[in-house]
Write a protein that binds this ligand. Structure first.
Ligand code: FES
Ligand code: MG
Length: 579
């Protein structure tokens, strides 16, 4: 080693062959085939996780980012070496990216462990990639720092600013309602995504970027610069520099992602009006470190946390606007007393120290003051009741105020195929006051808990101008979507949850005020339906492969949809902590 530190570089993991000297000799001989000198190889090694893929435009700036990270590493006198893991894009991950997230986390964990790296820079961006990387790094316990690819630029359609994917949904809704024609829907298709980078609204990618920053896993200010900007590349260089110091300090994720840091992450998720998926991912990350999610405490926190960010789908702006308005550091200034400031971040300093150095506030309309919030409570509320004994959630900030207290008749769909066969049937017995129920789309059911909880408004109602209805499922929805949509119903129907007992015509009662979701059917009737359904509607265990691993091990939404065998063996407590 050229410096006194925790680093081992190429000498890491030399146990194979039972002869460490020979293992190192071989390792050096092989890598010298790439033209390295002994001087280069005798240094701290920073691994850079390359998640570029021709099928992942959200990571389309990967080559430039890697170059900038390498520059940062070399400026600190260490050796950067990139290596690939799988890459997941939301639109190119059949059957759903959530199904593959745990696979990516295992790939990340095992490669970090396997390779002789003293620290890693995790480069991710698209929805499932950042959680997968943080989950993997949490389990691997080597020093790690997150760098996100950054958001895409917005586009422009007939004079209107547009961005993926809230506007994708808005335009598709107009097309279904026959408000726009074939020509316009084709035209806008080329306008929605202005460049490489992640979705430009407060979807899951933006949510996880902000959450990773506030959790202390990426550099302050680095969540929001768009993918193609100079700011983004500067953060990449700085991330590379910091990774070298992390390696030398031996600062691992378990020292950063403490219960207090997770609480900060939940807080920012709520204040952003962020993606409901953020909650699932945070539960999974927490589970890797030995903490379980307490939904009741999260709901308490939601009652005290206003939504301050004026971003689509809840507000009007885009990620590039949030960046110009000061990004996460500016939001933290506003949340101030709600944050746990003593927590350590990846910079080696506390969050409070970083907050004290944030740029001075200026006039803007993207990050609201606490006295003038977008919404007085947090973006997500937790519901319970006989329909969801282990909880369900609603993104209340994106729901229609008139539907938050609602009773209606159930119209039940048995799964994705049934939904697509019947939702637009002109003879479907449905009115705007009904409650649409979609079951069998939970972690086990679909499998992989697809984002189909955003059930489309039946075409015949859409044509009449109906824009929202109460919709309930055991699935998820995209962070870019909005509506009065109850998600993550747990237990899911194929795991024996009561959602499986609902019949067409049953009355369903929703009260967000009372945090309640009830099936208004007498207990005896539910009991006899339970008996009648015993043994039916179970998931078949696949014979082989990842599908088998998934079905045999996946947990429910409140446990993060992680595999049980990947969770920490030691339970250290719950988060957010009881006050
Ligand atoms: Fe990748 Fe939205 S599809 S972030
Ligand atoms: Mg998404």
């Amino acid at each position: 080693m050229t410096e006194a530190s925790n680093t081992e570089g190429l000498r890491c993991n030399l146990t194979n062959y039972g002869d460490p000297g020979f293992a190192l000799f071989l390792r050096k001989a092989f890598i010298k085939g790439s033209g390295y000198t002994d001087d280069a190889l005798d240094r701290t090694i920073v691994g850079i996780v390359n998640t570029g893929s021709g099928f992942n435009p959200c990571h389309g700036n990967m080559p430039q980012l890697i170059e900038a990270v390498k520059r940062g590493v070399m400026l600190q006198g260490a050796l950067p070496v990139e290596f690939p893991t799988i890459s997941l894009h939301e639109s190119f991950s059949w059957p759903t990216s959530m199904y593959l997230r745990n696979l990516m986390s295992m790939d990340t964990e095992e490669m970090i462990r396997a390779l002789p790296v003293d620290a890693v820079v995790l480069i991710g961006g698209c929805d499932k990639t950042v959680p997968a990387q943080l989950m993997g790094a949490a389990s691997a316990r080597k020093p790690a720092i997150q760098l996100v690819t950054g958001s895409m630029l917005t586009g422009s359609h007939r004079g209107r600013t547009v961005g993926a994917c809230t506007d994708c949904r808005a335009f598709w809704g107009m097309y279904r309602g026959e408000e726009i024609d074939d020509q316009e829907i084709d035209e806008v298709n080329s306008r929605l995504v202005g460049s490489v980078g992640t979705c430009s609204v407060a979807g899951t990618a933006s949510t996880m970027a902000c959450v990773a920053e506030v959790m202390g896993m990426s550099l302050p200010g680095s969540a929001t610069p768009p993918a193609v900007t100079a700011d983004r590349m500067r953060f990449a260089e700085l991330t590379g520099q910091r990774a070298v110091e992390l390696a030398r300090e031996g600062l691992t994720i378990d020292k950063i992602v403490t219960p207090e840091a997770l609480e900060n992450a939940f807080r920012v998720l709520l204040a952003l009006g962020g993606s409901t998926n953020g909650l699932v991912h945070l539960a999974a990350i927490a589970g890797r470190l030995g903490y379980s999610l307490d939904l009741a405490e999260f709901d308490e926190m939601s009652r005290q946390t206003p939504v301050l960010i004026n971003l689509k789908p809840v507000g009007e702006h885009y990620m590039e606007d949030l960046h110009r308005a000061g990004g996460v550091p500016r939001l933290l200034q506003e949340l101030d007393s709600l944050m746990n400031k003593e927590v350590l971040t990846v910079t080696g300093r506390t969050l409070g120290e970083e907050m004290a150095e944030a740029p001075a506030p200026f006039e803007q309309d993207v990050i609201r003051e606490r006295s003038a919030p977008i919404y007085p409570a947090g973006g997500i509320a937790v519901l319970k009741g006989n329909l969801a004994p282990n909880g369900a959630i609603i993104k209340q900030v994106a729901a229609h105020p008139d539907l938050m207290e609602h009773q209606g008749r159930a119209v039940v769909f048995e799964g994705l195929e049934d939904l697509s066969n019947r939702i637009d049937d002109e003879d479907l017995d449905v009115t705007a006051d009904d409650v649409l129920i979609l079951r069998n789309i939970g972690p086990l059911g679909a499998p992989g808990m697809p984002e189909a909880g955003y059930i489309p408004i039946p075409k015949k109602l859409a044509r009449q101008g109906v824009k929202d209805m109460v919709r309930i499922s055991d699935g998820r929805m995209s962070g870019t979507a909005s509506g009065t949509i109850i998600l993550h119903v747990s237990p899911e129907s194929v795991a024996g949850g009561p959602l499986g007992l609902v019949q067409n015509g049953d009355q369903v009662w929703l009260s967000v005020q009372e945090r309640s979701i009830e099936l208004l059917v007498p207990e005896e009737e539910l009991q006899s339906r339970t008996e009648a359904s015993a043994g039916k509607n179970q998931v078949e265990i696949p014979k082989r492969g990842y599908h088998k691993l998934f079905i045999e091990n996946v947990t429910q939404a409140e446990e993060g949809v992680d595999f049980s065998f990947l969770q920490s063996e030691t339970l250290r407590g719950s988060v957010p902590q009881r006050r």
